[in-house]
Write a protein that binds this ligand. Structure first.
Ligand SMILES: [Zn+2]
Length: 342
């Protein structure tokens, strides 16, 4: 396998991106697959890596962990994929043999990592991956929005850790793509979803994704409105996707006794956790990390069955050579799809 021209987006050090050639010159191992990347997307994790906020990063690194591509060649033991198949990439690196993996917690592998963080990622024209990191996409799935199947799998994973009863009040902070995905999934489970954002223009998307209430945090009375909606009882489930610690702590008071708080947005900052209040309510605090193979299967099925519209979460399609601009404009946007095909 010798690919001389393989343009790749390297993060040389924080805030310093460079598009350089990354020659691939190795034979495929028996369980490996060569993939040509078609479309990718970036998320808050990439942004944190870009800003140098995550210490695990080994510089220089090729960025990216959300992508779809096409199978170009397969190793001799590969059975689930053929040349020409469209695939979504599972960016979790796991060894399959440590105690976490033996307990089927591949997302928590003791020797694991993430593409685009500890290991070169998907923002390059070609990549060699193991068969276990690739899921064949049904031909009916639109591959231009399919990079969002990876974040969808993480939302599915997180919600499996919650107990949701029909008619529970669930409040979600932040209406970026994962906030909207959480809204859609909770609606499917019969919850009444209160969506919180600082951007008024998210109101119509919230409605589309099944949110029952939309609250703008710029509205001075928005906390009173939560009180009104829940008749003073508060919410059964609170999910944060904003990673805004001040906001999170101010919202915890709306959690019902025995309520569940899911911390989904990854924050590297520490604020003042109201420990006594949480103890008094016997609150359940849940963290979720990444996703499992079954979550990918579930995410693909949701998209295939048109139970979630990924296309409406996309701002624009841009050529990967404009990556610098995307990182600058990321704030407050939904999601760009970075195309290697444009
Ligand atoms: Zn492991």
């Amino acid at each position: 396998m010798h690919i001389k021209d393989n343009e790749a987006i390297f993060l040389i050090k924080p805030y310093s991106l460079e598009i350089k050639n990354n020659v691939i010159n190795k034979e495929l191992d028996k369980d490996e697959v060569l993939v040509k990347i078609k479309h990718a997307s970036i998320c808050e994790t990439d942004l944190k890596i870009y800003r140098g906020e995550i210490s695990k990063v080994k510089f220089p690194v090729i960025l990216g962990h959300e992508a779809v591509g096409e199978v170009i060649q397969t190793g001799e033991n590969v059975t689930s994929l053929r040349d020409g198949d469209k695939v979504v990439i599972d960016p979790n690196i796991y060894d399959g043999v440590c105690s976490s993996c033996r307990a089927l917690k591949f997302n928590l592998c003791l020797n694991g990592g993430l593409l685009g963080r500890e290991k070169d990622g998907v923002l390059q024209e070609y990549i060699i991956l193991q068969e276990k990191n690739l899921y064949r996409l049904p031909t009916s799935v639109d591959i231009k929005s399919a990079p969002l199947i990876q974040p969808l799998s993480t939302v599915i994973h997180a919600q499996k850790m919650l107990t949701v009863n029909p008619n529970d009040y669930a409040m979600i902070i932040g209406m970026g793509i994962t906030g909207l995905m959480h809204t859609r999934l909770l609606k499917e489970k019969g919850a009444k979803v209160i969506c919180v954002s600082r951007l008024e223009e998210k109101a119509s998307l919230v409605k589309k994704f099944g949110g029952e209430f939309f609250l703008n945090i710029m509205d001075k009375n928005f906390q009173d409105k939560i009180h009104e909606i829940t008749e003073g009882e508060g919410v059964d489930i609170l999910i944060d996707t904003s990673a805004n610690v001040e906001l999170i702590y101010s919202m915890l008071k709306h959690l019902k006794p025995a309520g569940q708080f899911l911390s989904f947005g990854i924050t590297t900052k520490i604020g003042n956790i109201p420990m006594y209040e949480l103890y008094y309510k016997e609150a359940k605090i849940i963290f979720s990390r990444s996703s499992l193979p079954k979550d990918f299967i579930d995410a693909i099925n949701l998209v295939r069955n048109n139970q979630i519209d990924l296309n409406s979460l996309i701002n624009d399609y841009v050529n990967f050579k404009n990556i610098g601009q995307i990182f600058k404009e990321y704030e407050s946007k939904l999601r760009y799809i970075i195309s290697f095909d444009l």
